[in-house]
Design a protein around this ligand. Sequence first.
Ligand code: C2E
Ligand code: MG
Ligand code: MG
Ligand code: MG
Length: 291
Amino acid sequence: YQAKRDRTGVEVYESKRDSNTPDRLGLLGDLRRALDAGEVELHYQPKVRFDGKVAGLEALVRWVHPERGRVPPDEFIAIAETSGLMPHLTEYVLETALAQVARWRAQGLKVPVAVNVSPRDVHTPGFAGAVAARLARHGVPASGLQLEITEHVLLEDPQRAADTMAGLTGHGVKMSLDDFGTGYSSLVHLRRLPVSELKIDRSFVARLAVDAQDAEIVRCTVDLAHSLGLLVVAEGVEDDETWERLRDLGCDAVQGWLVAAAMPPQEATAWLLARGERGWRRPADITAELA
Ligand code: C2E
Ligand code: MG
Ligand code: MG
Ligand code: MG
């Protein structure tokens, strides 16, 4: 176990010696600077229901490093998580996302934005109150924000996680359980967490149309979630066949490249304005209508 300080005074804790490489430490320092310099951006990916209505957009961080180029979120989020920088990153993401929600609302676009929060955030004392205060500051109602968490939130201190989540629910903020199916004993977690939506991980969705076992897993997940009163969103939907299977299995909404990839704010705004009241329609359906 090692504790170090980087140039900006962030404490760097590493449980594994081999993960404390100069490269990771370099990237960490760069991330901190990038956040302060506003180099980290949010892109937005729509979540649409089968009737085409836009259920919301998920905010996904994008960081283009001046020398390394695009750094995948999975990579720098793991670093932020183990370094103590996570609260700073989450603050930045929440702040940026809520400012965007407020701008969209001012344009008459009342779509909620989903922000990914890490287990670390949920264990930060006062997190629920801080989120509520931020909503108020931006003049955004709780219905304008969703939080996506993974079941890893229960690994460390389940009681504190449950308290924070109860606090958030109390303020009217809805939560989704992200990457469902990738953890263990997911059923137990579902019962314990006050979430209103479940997102089926892309790993089960990707081969849904060709793999009977994956299809069965998705079917059971949808049925279970519905019996618990939860909405089900499938992530990583890339083609028509998968979309049709999910619709037939009773899934509520989809997210994926079939609809749109995560888009920078201006492009997302144009996308929302172009869909208008009618919502999103599959290219296949539009073609069929024109024929
Ligand atoms: P996630 O929350 O499960 O997000 C979904 C990921 O799937 C995103 O990857 C998205 O770009 C990708 N994706 C969406 N549709 C498709 C598709 O049709 N096909 C394929 N192959 N991929 C698709 P991304 O943006 O690289 O983010 C990876 C993960 O990083 C996220 O997984 C989330 O766990 C984390 N993350 C992203 N932004 C944030 C953030 O602001 N805060 C935190 N704590 N974590 C974040
Ligand atoms: Mg997510
Ligand atoms: Mg996910
Ligand atoms: Mg995922």
